[in-house]
Design a protein around this ligand. Structure first.
Ligand code: MG
Length: 452
């Protein structure tokens, strides 16, 4: 570059020559910015609606944001099956008036404003409502950019997300057969759950034996029986399925804290991929005891709502997998921060992904998993034919891996007419009577216990 003397420079400024010299670069930059802006004018929120549908007998809630630009809209998962009817008014009566007219560009700002707007924060209804809005805004941004959301998060760090399937049964042999079915499909990870004879189980019935009768009507669950039965299951699985398959198990926090510690110690020899929820969120101080006494990998978090619940566990390295329900914590915006926070402490992600997550929510799990270096595992829940008709573009399962859509945004289109034809309220029996809520589970003496 030729040297310009101070005198010559002053002359240039004096005559306006410097301005002339710089202008082409400025003009080029301004032109590029203007072109980008003109090509993608800032959309504004025109309407926010709520889609409610239960195509698989589970109440799914999806928020749709429509913009002032023709054909530009987005969907977000706001599914809270046990209190499903409360999400729609939370969105329509509280978030919609706050957000109408705002630019969709400012996802972080809208998340923060929505989060503050209820004064009392981190309730499951409001967090799910915010998630519906948040994920819809990410969908819109992806559609604007012509990119799947994982690209906006930094792009792929893997080709697909490794998944675990749910193998369950009343008898141990049934569980092993179910696990073999997943292994035959190519799965490398299987969650195994078995019923306790005569007692209410999780993902398993009471079997053919006579139900245990308690002092109150209804199903009975005794933690000590369950713990012994689970150890028998792990032993049989290792014998029948070998050492190569990764086994997972969910305690569902249905034992006392001390039993949770014992469970993890006794399970250590079976080298499980992880034990999930050995104690409840109310008893998280017990994770320190588990850590001190065994090296069984621990997954925790699907019931968490608030950062206060997970920050200590992660920062103190007391768990191995962080497992929140992404809509329950408020959407993709907080979830990607949690993933980045966990990475600093060697904790991996295992987002909650059962049937009570909509396909939009599952796609968010998959896309965040693709873009997260410290991804651990993805929970797999198959989509039935009706669900796939309503949600066109669900993640695709192959050989135990889920593949994301390569279309812009979440890559999913919702058929709202078909969704309306599968309304809430189709559940049979007790679940129907409780409007999708959960019933009671008691010990033999009638003591009600925590369940999930
Ligand atoms: Mg669980």
């Amino acid at each position: 570059m030729p040297r310009v003397s101070r005198r010559a420079l002053l002359q240039l400024i004096g005559t306006g020559g410097l301005a002339t010299a710089i202008t082409p670069r400025q003009a080029a930059a301004e032109q590029a910015a203007a072109q980008a802006t003109r090509a993608m004018p800032t959309p504004r929120i025109r309407d926010i609606t709520v889609i409610e549908t239960a195509p698989g007998g589970v109440r799914l809630t999806v928020v749709k944001i429509t913009t002032d630009q023709a054909g530009l809209y987005g969907y977000g998962c706001a599914t809270f099956t046990q209190r499903a009817d409360l999400i729609k008014p939370a969105v329509e009566r509280y978030l919609k008036p706050l957000l109408i007219g705002k630019t969709t560009d400012r996802i972080e700002d809208i998340w923060q404003a929505s989060y503050m707007s209820s004064y009392w924060r981190n309730g499951p209804v409001l967090n799910n409502a915010i998630s519906g809005v948040d994920q819809a805004l990410w969908d819109i941004k992806g559609r604007q950019a012509g990119m799947p959301v994982y690209q906006l998060l930094g792009g792929k760090t893997r080709e697909a997300v490794d998944c675990y399937g749910h193998a369950s049964g009343n008898e141990i042999a049934q569980v092993i057969n179910s696990a073999k079915g997943y292994i035959a499909q190519g799965f490398r990870h299987v969650r195994v759950q078995v019923g306790v004879p005569g007692m209410a189980g999780y993902a398993a019935g009471q079997g053919t034996v006579k139900p245990v009768v308690g002092l109150t009507p209804g199903p009975v669950f005794e933690p000590a029986y369950y713990v012994r039965r689970a150890m028998q299951l792990f032993e049989a699985c290792r014998k029948e399925l070998g050492d190569e398959i990764e086994l997972l198990h969910d305690v569902h926090e249905r034992v006392s804290p001390n039993q949770g510690v014992q469970f993890c110690k006794e399970a250590e020899k079976f080298k499980l991929f992880f034990v999930e929820d050995p104690v409840s969120p109310e008893d998280i101080a017990y994770f320190r005891q588990i850590r001190q006494q065994c090296a069984t990998p621990i997954a925790m978090g699907e019931l968490f709502n608030s950062p206060h619940e997970w920050q200590g566990l992660v920062a103190e390295r007391l768990i191995d997998y962080i497992r929140m329900h992404i809509s329950q914590m408020g959407g993709l915006t907080p979830a990607r921060k949690v993933a980045a926070f966990a990475e600093q402490f060697g904790v991996k992600t295992a987002w909650h992904g059962p049937g009570d997550v909509s396909p939009i929510g599952h796609m968010a799990n998959v896309m965040l998993g693709l873009a997260t270096h410290n991804f651990g595992i993805n929970e797999y829940s198959p989509f039935n034919a009706r669900t796939q008709e309503i949600f066109k573009g669900c993640p695709v399962m192959k050989d135990g891996y889920l593949y994301a859509s390569e279309l812009p945004g979440w890559g999913i289109e919702v058929d709202e007419k078909l969704a309306a034809a599968a309304p809430f309220g189709a559940e049979q029996g007790e679940r129907g009577r409780l409007n999708g809520g959960w019933g009671e589970l008691r010990r033999r003496d009638g003591t009600v216990i925590k369940q999930e």
